[in-house]
Design a binder for this molecule. Structure first.
Ligand SMILES: [Zn+2]
Length: 557
């Protein structure tokens, strides 16, 4: 079956195409070259896209859609289920939930906004099977996970014992393969563990009292491992001191301390706070943006907050514990997770008349607008922590429409207005820059070699919009979304339910690494090593999942 998308305005930064009118051809799920005029090739289906905007399917490179903390959030918030029920359709299933929707609803809503892939950033190795099963239950989207290390007892023991980098590399590669991830994430490096020893904060050079290891050392070891193993996605870092006024200094230090290695700083908005002014809370966005602009090894996603009810769900039990006093509604969960890590779930209601919340909103937008290179900054709300993912079209409008942004700015807490430079920033994102941030750049960052672009050979994940001055309206409701060449959304509604693939990488390790690990599993963990490792057929045995392995970076094994 040959499909022709005729005459759309194509925004494909991966191929350097910026709004040029061109045709796209799809065959067997992939984008193919235009057939030769005289070859007598029959077009089976043609879509007239004259005047429409055509982009690759959007990719959310950081969104909490799988894993235990999502289920805790769902259990904690029955009122959220009641507030947003989705009734069963002809081809779609029922579900519910606004801030943490059920799996099916998550897949439908992402697809209905033109997204075709989403990556869960906090897969605890010990919970990886559950996280993959939940993502496997999320229709249409491709998915993948970043495997969380850095507060795990095994790594910290290795570091205390001064094991060499090769041993750490083997352990990292083994864990990534066992948990079927595409990247390595570290959350409050060593801090989740330090919390278990009653430390209530841990700065970059502070030592864990039990292991005598600092966050800086953990970050360096893991970033080196990721680099030497050739994992395309840089070490994904949730820094120290999340949400703490004055943490901008720690974040700047973290950037300097990584010694030029590739590093991705996630939800950087939560790590860009000064401690100036009457309220001892100020914006560090300008310093952070300057550091990102200068250090080309650094990428960041913003973790924008948007006003309204949400829930925060994080592995950072240390700071979730500290923030439980702000829980709204007043209920929360903090838990320990075996020897791996912990987590905390705290509902939040961000209010525009609250000084801190209002300034957080402005800080996120300042970072978006002050980082020059759209290939190195990514559109996230850290779903659901800053806001549910369904608010992306609104966020895009804030970035693309200065007068809309300034109108909103004029309504927030007056003291926060005085503490932000937002009103003086003229920048408006272009469609091409949005396509970089949410498509080409995201695919490159995650290491997807055949997604995020519209050249022949790529999988046909394609979104078509009607251009509209109101960018929120435009991005809320695409005309068409194709997933692997199949029409899955028409006029903003799911018309076909498919099942995406799970993206992974498989860096090499020395098999003898299992000798020590097996002893460790037998002695300390509830699970046997053999059960811990997820096999390939677990993704395919129900007949709807698949695995896609991506190449490692050049030179690596
Ligand atoms: Zn996150």
């Amino acid at each position: 079956m040959l499909i022709k998308l005729k005459g759309g305005k194509v925004f494909d930064p991966a191929a350097g195409v910026d709004g040029k009118t061109q045709d796209i051809y799809i065959q067997d799920g992939k984008i193919v070259k235009a057939p030769k005029q005289d070859a007598g090739v029959k077009i089976d289906k043609e879509y007239d896209l004259q005047g429409k905007v055509v982009m690759a399917g959007a990719i959310d490179m950081h969104t909490h859609i799988g894993g235990g903390k999502g289920n805790i959030a769902r259990i904690l918030l029955p009122e959220d289920h009641r507030a947003d029920p989705v009734v069963r359709g002809q081809i779609t299933r029922s579900g519910c939930g606004h801030v943490m929707p059920s799996t099916y609803v998550t897949g439908y809503r992402y697809a209905e906004m033109g997204y075709t892939a989403a990556f869960e950033p906090a897969v605890l190795p010990v919970n990886a099977r559950q996280a993959h099963m939940e993502m496997g239950d999320t229709p249409i989207l491709d998915k993948g996970g970043y495997v969380m290390l850095g507060s795990d007892d095994y790594l910290l023991r290795m570091m205390t014992a001064n094991k060499d980098q090769q041993a750490i590399n083997d352990y990292v590669a083994w864990t990534l393969q066992a948990a079927k991830g595409i990247g390595i994430k570290v959350v409050n490096a060593g801090g989740i563990n330090a919390f278990k020893f009653n430390q209530r904060q841990l700065d970059l050079d502070e030592k864990n009292v039990y292991y005598d290891v600092s966050p800086r050392q953990v970050l360096q070891s893991l970033a080196t491992a990721v680099n030497q193993l050739g994992i395309p996605h840089p070490l994904h870092v949730h820094g120290c001191n999340l949400g703490v006024p004055g943490n901008v200094e720690t974040t700047l230090d973290t950037i300097q301390g990584i010694g030029g290695l590739p590093m991705h700083l996630t939800h950087i908005q939560f790590h860009s706070y000064g401690a100036e002014g009457d309220f001892k809370f100020s914006s560090g966005a300008a310093q952070i943006a300057e550091a990102i602009n200068k250090n080309k090894n650094i990428t960041a996603d913003v973790g924008q907050i948007l006003f309204g009810q949400t829930v925060t769900a994080s592995g950072d039990s240390m700071h979730q514990h500290a923030n439980h006093q702000f829980a709204n509604p007043s209920k929360w969960v903090c838990m320990d997770i075996e020897c791996d890590a912990g987590c905390g779930v705290v509902p939040f209601k961000y209010r525009d008349q609250n000084f801190v919340n209002a300034l957080q909103w402005a800080i996120g937008l300042e970072i978006f607008l002050l980082v020059d290179d759209p290939w190195r900054v990514f559109l996230t709300t850290d779903h659901p922590n800053g806001a549910p993912f369904t608010s992306y079209p609104h966020l895009i409008r804030l970035l693309m429409d200065k007068s809309f942004r300034n109108d909103m700015l004029a309504t927030i807490h007056p003291e926060a207005q005085k503490m932000t430079t937002l009103a003086s920033i003229d920048r408006e994102y272009s469609l091409q820059e949005i396509a970089i941030m949410t498509r080409a750049g995201a695919a490159k960052l995650v290491g997807l070699h055949d997604r995020g672009g519209l050249s022949s050979g790529n999988w046909a994940d394609i979104t078509v919009y009607t251009e509209h001055e109101d960018r929120q309206r435009m991005f809320e409701k695409p005309d068409y979304v194709f997933k692997d060449g199949q029409l899955v959304v028409k006029d903003g509604e799911v018309v076909k339910v498919t099942w995406g693939t799970t993206h992974i990488v498989k860096p090499d390790y020395d098999a003898s690494v299992e000798k020590d690990l097996k002893k460790y599993f037998d002695r300390y963990l509830t699970m046997k090593l053999g059960n811990f490792k997820i096999s390939d057929d677990e993704f395919t045995e129900d007949g709807r999942g698949s695995l896609t392995e991506h190449p490692l970076k050049g030179g690596a094994a």
